[in-house]
Design a protein around this ligand. Structure first.
Ligand SMILES: Cc1ncc(COP(=O)(O)O)c(C=O)c1O
Length: 396
């Protein structure tokens, strides 16, 4: 079948593909320890569910303005000011069908053929695809395990060329969990400001931080740099609302108007009921976020202790999000305990899934061959059994 060049070139999301493989084994009745998907295993908090039901009963089941209802835009701006001390206006906000959709809006509105989008690796699986769909070119900037997978100002400076239009920065990072100190971010911001580069700061994990310093939003750096900054965030991770599909951008008003226009033609408004639920999430008690963070903190500590005990494996400590991203390349070319010899992370993940029934995502998908990603957004008992199996496969 003849498809468009852009869609023919599209690879399926590697995380979704890895989860599908695990699901196929589960369908055969096999118990699989599945650490592939990046979503909290908690239910959406009760008061948020109640707000959705109330919204339906109040008749909020119709089209809304394409870029979101005024109450939600106001709630997003107020929550941002509460958390970061920076005031955005509602005309600088577009509410979309999840942060992934917001990223699509940003990239499509800002970039096209001839433009280059800078993406530090390891990167979240969809970044490259979204850039290519917009007809722009992704320029990957490798970072190192030794640096904790943090982009240095020098690496950024060297990567910027005449076609560079946008930097996609994600802190805390999926897949590495890397976070940046405010000083490090400011050093990067000096480079982007010097080159008048747009920055799209994907802050979707900003509530899931395990370091003593809270997350610092890009726009607050250097005394405030709203001019070429777009903040992307949403409720999927912090409020366990992945299925509700609500994300947003905070950006200069002219760009916001362009993205709203784009969205009005492509999808119209995000789900009306989900928008009302999100108002409740942002304006209600934030205790649910704190409680989930407490549980994630326990799981992270357990995960770190188990990864440290795995033979021939290394990992920089994740400062945020809910992933462990570790280097398994020392096991390549040598037999695992089951006799299998793997040449790369994909073969390693296949061996792990087929022989130990543990599902991880290969680092290749994130631009980091030699690594694997484990999501610890799952219960401790599951983690314990999964790590026992991983340890059983690795020779010391
Ligand atoms: C770094 C990053 N950005 C954006 C998203 C998209 O989130 P949403 O569910 O809001 O589309 C994800 C989801 O995994 C993510 O990891």
């Amino acid at each position: 079948m003849q498809l468009s060049p852009a869609v023919s070139a599209l690879k399926p999301s590697a995380t979704i593909a890895a989860a599908a493989k695990a699901k196929a084994l589960k369908a055969q009745g096999i118990k699989v320890y599945d650490f592939t998907l990046g979503e909290p295993d908690f239910d959406t908090p009760q008061h948020i569910q109640a707000a959705a039901i109330a919204a339906m009963q109040a008749g909020h089941t119709h089209y809304t303005p394409s870029g979101g209802i005024p109450e939600l835009k106001a709630a997003i701006c107020a929550a941002f000011e509460r958390d970061h001390g920076f005031r955005y206006q509602p005309n600088q906000c577009v509410v979309s069908n999840g942060a992934k959709h917001s990223l699509h809006n940003v990239i499509t509105a800002l970039c096209g053929p001839g433009d280059e989008v800078l993406i530090p690796a390891p990167f979240w699986v969809s970044y490259e695809a979204l850039v290519e769909l917009a007809g722009a070119r992704a320029k990957i900037i490798p970072t190192t395990e030794e640096s904790g997978f943090r982009l240095s100002p020098d690496e950024l400076e060297r990567a910027i060329g005449p076609q560079s239009r946008l930097l996609l920065l994600n802190s805390p990072s999926n897949p590495t969990g890397a976070t940046y100190s405010p000083e490090h971010l400011e050093a990067l911001a000096r480079v982007t400001e010097k080159h008048r580069l747009w920055v799209c700061s994907d802050e979707i994990y900003d509530k899931l931080v395990y370091t003593s310093e809270p997350s610092r939003s890009w726009v607050t750096l250097l005394g405030g740099i709203p001019e070429r900054t777009v903040i992307v965030n949403g409720v999927s991770k912090a409020y366990a609302m992945t299925g509700w599909r609500i994300g947003w951008t905070l950006a200069p008003a002219p760009l916001t108007a362009a993205m709203d226009n784009l969205q009005s033609q492509e999808t119209s408004n995000p789900c009306s009921v989900s928008q009302h639920a999100t108002v409740a999430a942002l304006t209600g008690s934030q205790q649910c976020v704190a409680d989930m963070l407490t549980e994630f903190t326990r799981r992270r500590e357990y995960t770190l202790s188990r990864v440290r005990q795995l033979p021939g494996v290394s990992m920089p400590e994740p400062g945020g999000a809910f992933y462990a991203f570790f280097n398994v390349s020392r096991h390549f070319g040598k037999a695992l305990t089951n006799g299998r010899v793997c040449r790369d992370s994909s073969e390693f993940c296949t061996a792990l899934l087929e022989d130990a029934h543990v599902a991880l995502v290969s680092g290749d998908a994130f631009g980091a061959p030699g690594f694997v990603r484990l999501s610890f957004a799952t219960g401790l008992a599951n983690l314990e059994a999964g790590f026992d199996r991983i340890a059983g496969l690795l020779k010391g």
